[in-house]
Design a protein around this ligand. Sequence first.
Ligand code: SF4
Length: 423
Amino acid sequence: MADQTEPGSYFVSNYPPFDRWSEAALPAVRAAFDAAPTAAAMGLYLHIPFCRKRCKFCYFRVYTDVSAQDVERYSQALATEASLAAAMPAISGRPLKYVYFGGGTPSFLSVRQLERLVAGLHESFGWDAAEEVTFECEPGTLSEPKVQALKQLGVTRVSLGVENFDDAILEANGRAHLSAEIRRSWEWIRQADFPSTNIDLIAGMVGETTESWQRSVDAALDLEPDSLTIYQMELPFNTVFVKSSQEENTPTPVADWPTKRAWVNWAFDRFVAAGYAVSSGYTLVRDPSRVQFRYRDMLWEGSDLVALGVASFGHLSGVHYQNKTHWDDYLAAVEAGELPLYRGLAPTNRELMIRELVLGLKRGGIDPARLENKFGVDPLVEWDSVWRELVTEGYLEPLQGEPRLTRRGLLEVDRLLHRFFTA
Ligand code: SF4
């Protein structure tokens, strides 16, 4: 990998990769919905695709110019889609272990919109017994009543998309919020006393320097979140940054990869010195015995995930699917009483194993006995030469039972994972 931050993406958000997904797999997806339920844990993901403004590094499908009627129609569609999904044999009657409101910006919704949305969802899915209900927030969309409403609605984990504390950097990257909104909203979040709070940062936003990064990390530490998530800035195609750099024929000024990794490493050291523990290549947790990532851990260990909303990703009994990715198509399908399925993938047993292996490595290591027990293949034997390579290159601790990445390996984990992929 070149040291420069070139257009493109290294972050592994899914395995098998999306170029393997197709409409041809939809019969397998429908069969998975129609099958008898499995004993796996099940979660719910809701995609709220609205944002106040498009960040210049964002490649998600988000809508920034919507009316109250659009939001209302979409909320109704989510409730309808929930009822359609909940009636399917593979889902009917199963308890939810976790719920995740992601986006976009879930906190874009007003208190009334949120209350109506949750009431509509509860007609099909209850989450009183869920171990975790996560809600992603953008600081500038919060108000004290909205934070209180989230608590009332059963949210247990609030994740605040801070990204940076420097106003000039926030503006240069097209973020909708400024630092004063971070501090104001954090006070409301703290007062509401959620069981778990998270702050997101991005290392290497345009305009970042070592000094500004260190100030942001210390500002995050001052807020004492239960966990901190740090992403390394990428420049995916189809972002404002990449489009304007192509038009102007000048590279987007993002720090190179060694610099970004050094910044994340500095942040890890800073938080570890304050008593936090490294919990994955991107996360630190203040008290691992109290704060868990049920969504991440269950998802990464192969739980079922019911996905609601435009372009959402889910999977049932090992079969992956994505909802229709365009607003009109999604709404038309749901309003016609159909699940809005767009494409899918029925991975092989080997691909499912690789998926769990790479997701385990993103957390820092794997339990080979668990994988062998589940998939009938010993990963230590199957990828023997890869493990040895990683040890030689300093990415993996010397092998003694469970493979564990070194700090260096953790900081570069996404670019190491391809070595395990099946061609
Ligand atoms: S807030 Fe998140 S989803 Fe919305 S535009 Fe920015 S990066 Fe994209």
